[in-house]
Design a protein around this ligand. Sequence first.
Ligand code: SF4
Ligand code: FES
Length: 379
Amino acid sequence: MTEHVSPRDVDRAARVPAPIALLAELTHRCPLACPYCSNPLELEATRSELTTEQWISVFNQAAALGVLHLHLSGGEPASRRDLVELTAAGAAAGLYTNLITSGVGLNERRIAELSDAGLDHLQLSLQGATPELADRVGGYKGGYERKIAVAQWTHAAGIPLTVNAVCHKQNMDQMADMLDLAVRLGARRIEIATVQFHGWAEKNRKALMPTREQVLRANAFVNEARKRLEGVIVIDYVPADHHSSYPKACMGGWGRTGLNITPSGRVLPCHAAESIPSLQFDSVMDRPLADIWYHGAAFNAYRGDHWMPDLCRTCERKEIDFGGCRCQAMAIAGDASATDPVCIRSPLRQTLVEQAEIDSRAEPPPFVYRSMRPAREDG
Ligand code: SF4
Ligand code: FES
């Protein structure tokens, strides 16, 4: 896409820092079927995925742009046969390489190859602390056992490990057991994030929304565990939105710290940005990555404060949370430039909390699983 670049754009670009992180969604294929899948509702087909050479070009462009961290993600990135080659290319470009995986599609040999290729870090998702719950949430029988094995192979290969646990109504009460498991597996860090309700998770609100009591117990547990396990494991925690007073600084602010690239090469300011219908996204097939970052229309749409409603533009927190999450504003207010409805100052806050209360009290219905074509296990 070509577009006119005004002097104002150039001036704005001069004040935009380089991105720190690139999240490369190598594929949307995934063997799991999590009910809170964060991939877009419209998945990209295998035939439209960037080739090995195209991804390598993207990684080199990212390094030249100033990116430091390369997150290899999906779908399930191990579904790509060229994962080891792509990891080696990222490392050769000087990027810190992090694999975000369910573990399915990895085996001991492939992990050793990834280590040899220069993989710096591995993030493994965990859906529950018992095989029964983890396999039911992920919709994949035998997934839990594979994850435990992957964690052990990763540890043995000397690759630092983080465990990712998305928490919700049905597994939040296993938080202590998930933390114990992460410690036993040798993880240096655990990311406990409460489920976010945009995209597919919206279909499972009554099955996933935690109750106020669960959230309060979880908050207290994390505070206690952080002290108890200081020096053993780092605990990153994203509490439930509707029990917070202010929104989080989603993506560290729009177009400020990172970018996402979809399997076909579309460049997004965040993983859910395609839920905002007014935005148009450039592709790495048509335009250099640096040009997209600095001058792309989607990246400039919500940078700075020019787009903010008065409530945010005049608020003392606008440099802390940058007005919150644009995709959440779109999902709940129907307007991506509205104040994030999580904010206690938002006129929609009360509605958000009341709906969350109703969903959290509901008897959980069966999950609506994300159905994707099963990925082949390579290796
Ligand atoms: Fe953040 Fe806007 Fe709320 Fe202020 S009014 S706290 S900037 S979301
Ligand atoms: Fe898109 Fe928050 S998920 S801005």
